[in-house]
Write a protein that binds this ligand. Structure first.
Ligand code: FES
Length: 625
């Protein structure tokens, strides 16, 4: 068995996005060698001959060898200028940060798209934001000289719409369309206020099916849903990594990027929008439909993502007191931010609550309905930033905690995001370690749910104590070195020939993250004078939350020790909320109304914050072992 401690310390550090994995390479190694040695499956159809172009990567930072002739053939000059290289041809010359596009990976990162779907129960024409009318218009003649648009307005007036505006973009093709369709058209109206006021956002041939788009913009991941506006079914869904990861792993570093680079905000906005457009393209291609049939869009995201999507300044979000530029709901013309859907359509963005509680959390609250339920409900969305809302006695209070990127595998010695080969489950039974990996691939690292399990098991087995200190040293390897830790997988059995360990520092990272979350929960409870045992329903939303082992989260003290049946893992509730907001005008109005009564608590201003945080760093003394 290889001893990881005696392995030669490699020379260069390679940070691989979007997987979030750090690997090491010898000088002279290619990027392909380094990635594959670390168990990352970059596609290399020609085996590194430089002729298949399947191993494309983008250099974000650092130096590699000169561009080769093969690469000049593989890429346009613009692509080369923006850092694209063939991983098999680029030799590493310094520490490097690279981005692997999804098409170059044979096993993409796991992205949570599912959530508990609702059935809105709306009838087309009632409560829907988008409604259509199939109109049969009179042809103009020398005795009927009304303009084309007036004909449509008069026909709509007869159907009860007293005030209808028409977007300029519609007029560009309207006259031709009316004539080719022999004066029978489907007129698509967007309602914002009531049943009598609307805006024409598309005029299409009669019978054209209509679609809407809902997008959840996470700091790490994007989820998009294509919805049939007639049946209200999600007909396609797709997940991608947020391309802004290449500019910083969390919202703070993205704000810093915007502050430090002139035009930085523009770069981040364009990256995000072009990825969303690609997602749209993939979905409509699969579905066989045209862009102009997507007539409405809803985008939710945390406040920083919300602002970056809309192209709004984010500088103030990084400065005390962290206020958003806008908290109200927004209706932006899709063409103003270059989202490729019907030209005259709109993007609706729900309200933000505060600098670190954004429209995605509002969407999650709406979707889980905690604002209207009886009893005491707590809803939490865990990410690099964790938002929590507590609904009790008619009050709705929320907070945000800086849980950091440890649950994404960052700052964990062998951490990685939830991709194939990541350890996602750990169990220690009678001294025997059992692990489960994503995709049942050989282990190459540990993702968030895996590290929570590992820490909980180490504590349960009394290998670490309540402070997180290793107390049974006989179970450790590499004692006294910087690689001292508990070995989950030996080098012989891992997918990258390296021993995969949990270090004291990893445990500390998890303690910091879980303490941030638990402090948030406890301070919200304290604010309403409720003890945790009174919580009727504890809702865990979000991609990461879907995979957490709740018992492990209780053991380490991240969640209070409630009976398991009070916990509900609901998946991407923010995404499901966005779908509902896409359809229902009533839900948009309700969301605006409850968001106005949501009280935001800035945790750092609570006098007990520091003390509670320090206490929450420890593991609970009473454990159901
Ligand atoms: S592996 Fe074929 S071009 Fe790199």
């Amino acid at each position: 068995m290889k001893n990881p401690i005696n392995q030669k310390e490699p020379n260069f550090q390679i940070d691989i996005e979007p997987i979030g994995k750090r690997v090491y390479a010898e000088p002279g190694e290619t990027l392909l060698d380094a990635a594959q040695n670390a168990g990352i499956d970059i596609i290399s159809l020609c085996g590194g001959a430089g002729i298949c172009n399947s191993c494309k990567v983008r250099i974000i930072d650092g130096r590699v060898s000169e561009v080769t002739r093969n690469e000049r053939t593989a890429f346009t000059p613009e692509e080369i200028a923006s850092g694209f290289r063939l991983a098999c041809k680029a030799t590493i010359l310094s520490n490097v940060k690279i981005d692997i596009p999804p098409e170059s990976l044979s096993t993409p990162q796991r992205l949570q798209l599912e959530g508990q779907e609702f059935k809105a129960g709306l009838e087309f024409g009632k409560e829907c934001v988008i409604r259509y009318y199939d109109l049969e218009l009179n042809e103009p003649s020398l005795t009927s000289l009304e303009s084309d648009l007036s004909r449509i307005k008069s026909a709509l007036e007869k159907k009860g719409l007293m005030e209808v505006h028409c977007r300029f973009e519609i007029l560009k093709n309207l006259s031709d369309l009316l004539r080719t369709q022999r004066w029978k058209v489907r007129t698509v109206i967007r309602y914002l206020l009531d049943d009598q006021h609307g805006e024409v956002v598309a005029v299409l041939p009669v019978g054209t099916p209509l679609y809407g788009l809902a997008v959840d913009v996470g700091t790490t991941k994007l989820a998009a849903y294509l919805v049939d506006l007639d049946t209200h079914d999600i007909v396609e869904k797709i997940g991608e990594m947020n391309p802004q990861i290449a500019f910083g792993e969390d919202v703070i570093s993205r704000i810093a990027y915007c502050n430090e680079h002139s035009g930085g905000r523009d770069v981040l906005q364009k990256k995000l929008v072009s990825t969303i457009n690609l997602m749209i393209e993939k979905m409509i291609k699969k579905r066989g439909i045209k862009l102009e049939r997507i007539v409405e869009c809803v985008v939710v995201g945390n406040t920083v993502m919300h602002h970056l999507f809309a192209g709004i300044p984010v500088k103030q979000l990084g400065l005390i007191p962290f206020v958003p530029a806008i908290a109200d709901e927004m209706n932006i013309r899709a063409c103003d931010i270059c989202i490729n859907i019907a030209k005259a359509s709109y993007v609706y963005m729900p309200p933000n609550i505060a600098g670190y509680v954004g429209a995605d959390h509002v969407s999650m609250v709406m979707s889980t309905r905690i604002h209207e339920k009886e009893g005491i409900h707590l809803a939490i969305d865990i990410g690099t930033n964790t938002e929590i809302s507590l609904a009790a006695y008619g009050k709705l209070i929320c907070c945000s905690c800086a849980s950091g990127p440890a649950f994404e595998g960052a700052h964990i010695h062998h951490g990685m995001r939830a991709a194939a080969g990541a350890i996602e489950r750990v169990k220690i039974l009678n001294g025997e370690i059992r692990i489960a990996t994503i995709g049942e691939k050989p282990a190459i690292g540990i993702c968030g749910s895996g590290i929570i399990d590992a820490v909980a098991e180490l504590y349960k087995e009394k290998i670490i104590d309540y402070r997180g200190v290793f107390v049974k040293k006989e179970f450790l390897i590499g004692i006294g070195t910087k690689h001292e830790g508990y070995e989950l997988v030996s080098a012989d059995f891992s997918g990258n020939g390296k021993s995969l360990i949990v270090t004291r520092n990893d445990i500390n990272e998890i303690q910091l993250a879980k303490a941030a979350i638990r402090t948030g929960i406890d301070l919200l409870l304290q604010e309403t004078g409720i003890t945790y045992d009174k919580i009727d329903k504890f809702i865990i939303a979000g991609a990461f939350g879907s995979y957490i082992n709740i018992r492990s989260a209780i053991i380490i003290g991240m969640f209070p020790p409630l009976p398991i049946d009070r916990f509900h893992q609901v998946g991407n509730a923010a995404g499901m909320g966005a779908v509902e907001l896409l359809l229902s005008l009533k839900m948009r109005k309700l969301t605006t109304s409850f968001s106005r009564r949501m009280t935001y608590i800035e945790l750092t201003t609570c006098p007990e914050f520091q003390q509670k945080f320090i206490s929450a760093m420890y593991f609970p003394k009473v454990v159901d072992r």
